[in-house]
Design a binder for this molecule. Structure first.
Ligand SMILES: [Cu+2]
Length: 258
């Protein structure tokens, strides 16, 4: 896995970010390794930035330091009763810029999808890359992404598309990597909240909407009872716009065949 700097082109907005990628050259496909439930992952992280990076892993509650143009190795194993190991920069600014993801443990026969939610105030990203010390007191996010892509009026977010059939067991792991709450609303179905990396009183509940705290990863189980094409969206209506236009931004799709 590589820590890369690059630019997300979101409609006509350019958002400078730092991300975990599978390739040594920046691309918009973020790394969220999927590992067999019985396996241990030996993860090598190479830092392509000129900044020291400190990456925190929740299975050990500790951070790995990765110097510029250097690498670190981390062993990651499944925590009992947990599907996921979130990992992110220990530095708030670097985490905000995009260094936040998760390792997903699942059986190979399971259908599993990952949604990484973020919001950006791209003027803050610009200031960072111009060398300013960031101040989030004037934070006004206007770009809302899932897996570094947005829904637009012309095209659904292909990186946030859940494909399945009626009766499937579909796991969706939803990480809020942003600084604000995101409340998601499922159309067409209820999902069962099966776990969270934070204390969450809704475990075991069947719901169609729920908030996700900043830094929280909520895993849900969807067993579709009907076919259809349904959206899942942030209930903050500003988050379902892009460039001031609705619909856009933080919208995923469930495409369920009979
Ligand atoms: Cu809705």
């Amino acid at each position: 896995m590589f820590i890369n700097r690059g630019i997300l082109q979101i409609e006509n907005q350019l958002v400078k970010v730092t991300q975990f990628n599978y390739n040594t050259i920046f691309d918009t496909v973020e790394a969220y390794p999927s590992v067999g439930a019985a396996d241990t992952l030996m993860l090598t992280i190479f830092n392509n930035t000129s900044t020291n990076q400190s990456i925190f892993f929740e299975h050990t509650n500790s951070a790995k330091e990765v110097n510029p143009k250097s690498f670190a190795k981390v062993a990651v194993w499944k925590m009992p009763g947990k599907r996921t190991v979130p990992f992110y920069s220990a530095n708030k600014t670097q985490k905000y810029l995009g260094l936040s993801s998760a390792i997903i443990f699942n059986n190979s026969n399971e259908k599993a999808f990952f949604w990484n939610l973020r919001e950006y105030d791209e003027s803050i990203n610009q200031q960072y890359f111009e060398g300013a010390n960031l101040n989030f007191s004037n934070y006004i996010p206007d770009v809302f992404t899932i897996n570094s892509k947005v829904h637009t009026i012309y095209k659904a977010n292909q990186m946030a598309m859940v494909l399945g059939n009626v009766g499937d067991s579909i796991y969706i792991d939803i990480l809020n990597s942003g600084l604000m709450f995101h409340s998601v609303h499922f159309h067409g179905y209820h999902v069962k909240i099966i776990e969270s990396n934070k204390s969450n009183e809704m475990i075991g509940w069947d719901k169609d909407s729920f908030p996700i705290d900043p830094g929280e990863l909520i895993s849900v189980l969807l067993v579709p009872h009907q076919p259809g094409l349904y959206p899942v969206h942030d209930h903050n209506l500003k988050a379902v716009t892009i460039g001031g236009n609705y619909p856009g931004g933080m919208i995923a799709m469930l495409k369920i065949e009979p």
